[in-house]
Design a protein around this ligand. Structure first.
Ligand code: PLP
Length: 280
């Protein structure tokens, strides 16, 4: 693993970096980004940094030093073996409980987990999980739009899905609308249109989904944000989970063996995402 501190200095990956009273450790109080490093270059960095800054504001954290973070990203990507796809994390916490208002920042890079490559290659099965969230009620304290460090609920949802034999999960709101996966956005091709959940519905606004929509737009493929029901997914031409590390994983099954196979779907989401990442 590569570790770079907030001053842009490479650190020994086997030595401690964070204090035990860091509020990121104690409360998950902070934000982070996970960025794909491909061919030695961190992808879609502008979008990730913008989301980190937005998330920091949502958590009332001090504004991050963007230039320092960018320098740390460059140091980390240069230290990484460019022949390996890397998962670069930018971490920004509220800092030490004993030293209020001095945030902690660092960047790490480690190999992209094998599950990401296999999801990209083979697709995924998903189970629908209820999330007690009303998409019509803005609840800023839920921090749904921020990539907050407190991911224990997300990982619990994924463990639950796995324990029931699924690769991943899709949350469904109390209003019955499709939200997101605990680690990805949902995009469906419906009547030839790329369709994603409105970002204001209590989901994380995905950098991969946004990059996909930009590329699709340039190709004249229609895109839309609109609420979808699980039924819309089942009837869609194709359904995908999109995220920075996995990129695009085709959803092959939703709960009880509902097959989604439309091999002749004209819109190749995986190819468009690859194009977006190559340019990003
Ligand atoms: N939604 C959630 C809850 C996530 O954790 C992630 C990625 O980690 C995404 C969506 C996808 O975001 P991105 O494409 O920026 O990686």
């Amino acid at each position: 693993m590569i570790v770079v501190d907030g001053d842009g200095l490479l650190r020994d990956a086997d030595s401690p970096l964070v204090f035990p009273d860091d509020l990121g450790v104690l409360h998950g109080d902070g934000v982070f980004e996970t960025v794909l490093v491909r061919d030695g270059r961190a992808r879609l960095v502008d979008a990730h940094v913008a989301r980190l800054v937005d998330g920091a504001a949502r958590l009332d954290l001090p504004e991050p030093d963007i230039e320092a973070l960018r320098r740390a990203v460059v140091v980390a990507q240069e230290a990484w073996d460019e022949s390996i796809d890397g998962a670069l994390r930018i971490v920004y916490t509220r800092g030490r409980e004993s030293e209020p208002s001095t945030p902690t920042a660092f960047v790490t890079v480690s190999p992209v987990p094998e599950r990401a490559a296999s999801a990209r290659r083979d697709g995924v099965s998903v189970t629908l999980l209820a999330r007690a969230h009303d998409p019509d009620v803005a609840a800023p304290w839920e921090l749904s739009g921020a990539k907050a460090l407190s991911y224990a609920r997300n990982t619990a949802a994924l463990r639950h899905a796995r324990s029931r034999g699924f690769d991943d999960a899709i949350y469904v709101s109390s209003a019955g609308s499709v939200l997101e996966s605990p680690r990805a956005n949902v995009v469906a091709v419906i009547d030839g249109r790329l369709t994603a959940t409105p970002p204001g519905d209590g989901i994380l606004a995905g950098t991969t989904q946004a990059a996909l929509f930009d590329v699709a737009d340039r190709h004249g493929i229609r895109v839309q944000h609109r609420r979808m029901t699980p039924d819309d997914l089942i009837r869609a031409d194709s359904v995908w989970l999109l995220s920075s590390l996995t990129l695009a994983a085709r959803v092959r099954r939703i709960d009880d063996c509902v097959p989604i196979e439309r091999p002749n779907c004209a819109v190749d989401v995986a190819e468009l995402v690859n194009e977006a990442i190559a340019a990003g």
